[in-house]
Design a protein around this ligand. Sequence first.
Ligand code: F0G
Length: 408
Amino acid sequence: MVLDAPNLLICEKCGREYELLSRRIFCDCGGLLRVELRSVDAEVSWELFRSRKFYVWRYRELIPVPKDAEVVTLYEGGTPLIRASNLGRSLRLTNLYVKFEGANPTGSFKDRGMTVAITIAKYLGVRAVVCASTGNTSSSMAAYARRAGLKPILVVPKNGIAKGKMGQGLLYGATVIEVEGGFDTAMKVIMELANDLKVYPLNSVNPWRIEGQKTVGYEIVDELGVPDWVVLPVGNAGNITSLWKGLKELRALGLIKRLPKVLAVQAEGASPIVKAFHNGKYVPETKVETIASAIRIGNPVHWERALRVLNESRGYALSVSDLEILNAQKDLARLEGLGVEPASAASIAGVRKAVDLGIIRGDEVVVAIATGHALKDPDVMLSYEVDRVVVADAEAAVKTIEKLVMSG
Ligand code: F0G
């Protein structure tokens, strides 16, 4: 099926339309803008997509960047969808899969949105790009900005991002501004800059970020068909918004027939969306705390969109404790060999809880999105002091190993 009206930016609050390639992030009314896919160039089909390399741009007809734009890519996406039978067994699930987004070039799903948004930034001729971040968006933006020859400026919570992520910002030589007050304060800085023409904001309020991130949903159904559940950790709620947008587009194009249910997982100490889902009222949180620093967010920009996704998908939202997150991180590593950062482990902890609550049934097909790599947060890994033996020399090491092997 080919849709044939011009693609444009549309305000989700008042419906006002803007030209697709305007430099805008927000509508004049303050509402968020969305890329509205109304025309698709070619007769798209799974066959066409599958004739191409497995990465974000496999689906390029559905990502409406101008034809003459030079794509800025590090070959992001195309991440492994891994069947997790051992972990599944321990959760009483027969069909559990993990979409390992840590395999992206900078170690998180953010690269999907960044390849598209930086491509547009370059096309629009901006020189400097800025974002607020709990560490993954900033790492990704720094990398793609450098690849495109743009100047990256990162606004991060002071002492609030994991070491690996801070290290990435420094490696790429980005300007790093650390603010007191956490991610929500950093985000305010971006809102202030939204209409400044000298610097282009690349948070997920930028509609082009969503256009890239939606490909995670494309890839899941491309490889597996439509699962019963997609589970993901939610912070600012850009990813849940993207996943759903992408899947709805596929359905509109006749490329899938049904949609999955979505399970949103937040950390107990930062769970305004979960509370709003259950209480029917959204209240931003001012004091947020969790070991999962990536999702330590009290006032998610996309909270309304997230609630809409949960409602439309007949999904569910729940929160998990830090202890549950850490246990899930260890389970995934020790039962499947998969190393993910704490925020990503939240989705596994969420699956466990949803099965216990009877929300997910044992025979349902479940895809948990593991959003970032374990190496992002070395401090958390180093807190797991198991079987570390310090010996004086090689001989002592050999003896220790022999003793270990003997004892089974
Ligand atoms: N998982 C990881 C590893 C993240 O880095 C993030 C968000 C999320 C989950 C949640 O995604 O915000 O779209 O709901 N990280 C952002 C950042 C906030 O700045 O890197 P979301």
